[in-house]
Design a protein around this ligand. Structure first.
Ligand code: ADP
Ligand code: TRP
Length: 321
């Protein structure tokens, strides 16, 4: 089964990115045909600074590789290294009703936040559909926020297939409800745009500062606490197995628990968990030539599949005459 997902190279990574997407992706490489790419074209909808985009792209590659993505076991590339995706985007645009895009929450939210609407932002889901359909992906693991974009991709695939026959695999989203939305420091979705993140690859001091900022309720120490509504618990549980979660739940239900102590534990757990990855990331970043070579090899592998699909689509659409 082909599993595909992409991540934008925009800035630092947080626990939401890791548990919501990256970890699941990396686990897939063991048993599935994993396709994973850095969505630098998508990042252009929010970044108009070429230097930062280029640096961010190499950093994103180092992040994935440091966290365990193995380019031998998977296909790993940078979106813009396969410009064929743009051709497919145009072709798919002709199977994309305006209303479908107008209903997209992520577009509407961005506009509501004051982002100036442009065509790139509006057409973002079509490019995403092209990413998915070009590689005949069966499954696309994403966070809950991307669910609607997946529906758009499915709709477009079905519309196209209705006209030209079964050209595209209709992809299934995979949203792990357990970690569907990792909460941030304030209980809202952890997101760069809310400034409520716990970031990966921080130094100790900065990491501790973020963890200590998690918002807790004013329940007195001598009273039992509610794990379900506690932001510290909801983040801490991501690092624990079932037994660990049960033990922590019991501690919450027993009077005497101090939020400060649990935060300290969470800080230490996060620090220790990511320490080896932080080291590896440094090594990757110290060799940008090596990173570029890995990405070029990945692009070559991905391009072979992309061209197989595109040849069919061009033929069907009368672009080969
Ligand atoms: P941000 O909201 O910080 O800008 P992105 O939109 O760049 O994050 O997200 C990149 C990937 O990480 C996506 O697949 C997204 O679904 C996932 N993701 C981001 N934040 C979370 C979260 N809080 N919980 C679960 N998954 C998340
Ligand atoms: N839009 C996704 C995000 O911001 C990134 C992305 C681009 C993607 N193309 C994709 C995810 C294709 C899955 C499949 O998180």
């Amino acid at each position: 089964m082909r599993v595909l997902s992409g991540i934008q190279p925009s800035g630092s990574l947080h626990l939401g990115n890791f548990f919501g997407m990256m970890k699941k992706m990396i686990d897939y490489q063991e048993h599935e045909d994993l396709f994973c790419f850095i969505a630098n074209y998508h990042a252009m909808t929010s970044l108009a600074d070429g230097k930062s985009l280029a640096t961010g792209t190499l950093e994103a590659a180092a992040n994935f590789l440091a966290l365990g993505l193995d380019p031998e076991k998977s296909t790993f590339w940078v979106q813009s290294d396969i410009p064929e995706v743009q051709e497919l985007t145009w072709i798919l645009s002709n199977f994309t009703p305006m209303g479908l895009l107008e209903r997209c929450h992520s577009y509407k939210d961005k506009v509501a936040q004051g982002v100036k609407p442009n065509h790139g932002l509006f057409a973002y889901p079509v490019l995403m559909a092209a990413d998915i359909l070009l590689f005949q992906s069966d499954k696309v693991p994403v966070g809950k926020d991307q669910k609607q974009h997946l529906e758009v991709a499915r709709d477009i695939a079905i519309k196209y297939n209705n006209v030209y026959g079964d050209v595209f695999t209709v992809p299934e989203p995979e949203i792990d409800e357990d970690v569907a939305t990792v909460p941030g420091l304030d209980g809202r979705k952890m997101s760069k745009s809310y400034g409520n993140t716990i970031d990966l690859f921080l130094d100790e001091k900065a990491l501790r500062k973020q963890v200590m900022r998690i918002v807790t309720d004013p329940t007195p120490v001598e009273e039992p606490k509610n794990p379900k509504t506690c932001n510290v618990f909801q983040i801490y549980r991501l690092f624990l197995d079932q037994q660990g979660v049960e033990e922590l739940t019991q501690r919450y239900l027993t009077p005497g628990l101090r939020y400060g102590d649990v935060k300290q534990e969470l800080f230490e757990t996060t620090r220790d968990f990511f320490a080896p990855y932080t080291e590896r990331r440094k090594e990757f970043l110290s060799d940008p030539g090596g990173l570029r070579k890995t990405l070029a090899t990945g692009a070559e592998k991905a391009r072979y599949i992309a061209n197989k699909t595109l040849r069919k689509v061009r033929k069907k659409g009368g672009l080969i005459y």
